[in-house]
Design a binder for this molecule. Structure first.
Ligand SMILES: Cc1ncc(COP(=O)(O)O)c(C=O)c1O
Length: 396
């Protein structure tokens, strides 16, 4: 298909903020990752959570150095990953974690599923709060447990944990509550008070909390991230899975960390199948250590850029797509857009794709509450965001 009008404007290297270049579209299109290979070339891809920004220099260097040395064997975590996670957590969030309780895993999905296998028995239920990251719906049955949906509350002030509904659900004794902190796709950074209330409920009803904190470093200006394990009383009831893969765009390299802070959950992690320790990527570990130890100033620049994109998207939506409503996210580079005025279910997403040649995540993948919504990834250049919203408006 011929390239649509306006394509030419997407050429040329763009600097999102000092030091954060984004390649022009024709170079981005040479990437072979999922974001760039799922759709035909005339579609602007803004779905899957990969970023278009170029790799942080300390990470690019460590990977290039490994290639130069043919250093492509099995990974060896030693104490490097644990020390890097602890250093970053202390410096970023003032969270003093014990490096002895950090365990490398393949990715967040593997960490959560292995935890669920150990923390549940067949037939147990595991609670999640839709709209939520679609694999949560798959990870629970993969582990042999049953899903219990406890939707987020949605009001004038946006989406938040429904602590009343969670208490009712916890009273039915699910084995685990799988928390998304911060929450994808709504972009909420749960407050310290909300998390403290969640910990109280978990202790009262003896429900284990697994906190997926992959988006923790991506809290945007104006909001604060609270690591669940930093909440008083959480150590005995909670375990966290974190990764550098969203904030530094390392998803294909495969490395994440399971973190505990108390003996019961540390003992659960000790029961992981022994081969788990061979299943993280060597490049993933090298890149993750570089990200956590040398990548903090790059992350600060990234957050400035994402803040700019968030503001740009607000302006573009107001000017071009007034029928779309949203609450700018406090965290993540994901915008959860209410397009229900355009149509129910995935009507808007289909129109944007078929007529506008812009790919967005369909809201229904996030649960029934996602009817009429799309999720847009704004970790891209100003030019691509401009073009995408212009095509979305033209599609209507
Ligand atoms: C909340 C959440 N958890 C986990 C993942 C995937 O992590 P991994 O690739 O490490 O399994 C994502 C990816 O976007 C995510 O948004």
């Amino acid at each position: 298909m011929a390239q649509p009008a306006g394509w030419g404007r997407l050429g040329g290297m763009e600097t999102g903020a000092p030091g954060l270049p984004i390649d022009p579209l024709d170079v981005l299109q040479q990437r072979r990752s999922s974001k760039w290979r799922t759709y035909p070339e005339d579609v602007l891809p803004l779905p899957v959570a990969e970023m278009d920004v170029s790799l942080a220099p300390p990470i690019a260097e460590v990977l290039a150095d490994a290639v130069r040395r043919s250093d492509t064997g099995y990974g060896h975590a030693g104490t490097d990953l644990a020390r890097a996670v602890a250093k970053f957590a202390a410096s970023r969030w003032n969270w003093d974690l014990d490096p002895a309780q950090v365990t490398p895993v393949t990715d967040v999905g593997v960490g959560v599923v292995e935890l669920l296998r150990i923390l549940t028995r067949p037939g147990d239920s595991v609670a999640i709060s839709p709209p939520v990251y679609p694999p949560f719906f798959d990870w629970v049955p993969e582990s042999g447990a049953r899903l219990l949906e406890v939707p987020l509350a949605h009001g004038a002030d946006g989406w938040r944990l429904d602590l009343g509904a969670l208490e009712q659900a916890f009273a039915t004794h699910p084995a685990v509550y799988l928390l998304c902190n911060p929450h994808n796709p709504v972009g909420r950074a749960h407050s310290a008070d909300e998390l403290a209330a969640l910990v109280r409920l978990a202790r009262q009803y003896r429900v284990t909390l697994i906190s997926d904190e992959i988006h923790g470093p991506l809290v945007l200006p104006g909001a604060t991230f609270t690591p669940l394990l930093a909440v008083p009383g959480a150590a005995e009831v909670a375990v966290t899975v974190m990764s550098a893969s969203k904030a530094w765009n390392l998803a294909g390299l495969k490395c994440a960390a399971v973190v505990t802070a108390g003996s019961r959950l540390a003992a659960a992690v000790d029961r992981f199948p022994p081969d788990t320790k061979w299943r993280f990527g060597h490049f993933g570990l090298l890149a993750t250590v570089a990200a956590y130890t040398e990548g903090e100033s790059w992350l600060d620049e990234l957050l400035v850029m994402l803040d700019q994109r968030r503001a740009q998207l607000a302006d573009l939506l107001a000017a071009r797509l007034p029928q779309v409503t949203w609450r700018p996210p406090e965290a993540t580079f994901l915008a959860w857009l209410d397009c229900s005025a355009i149509g129910p279910d995935d009507t808007a997403r289909d129109l944007f794709l078929e007529r506008g040649r812009v790919a967005l995540e369909p809201g229904l993948r996030y649960g029934a509450m996602g009817s009429g919504y799309v999720r847009l990834n704004f970790a891209t250049s100003a030019a691509i965001l401009d073009e995408a919203t212009s095509r979305m408006a033209a599609a209507l």
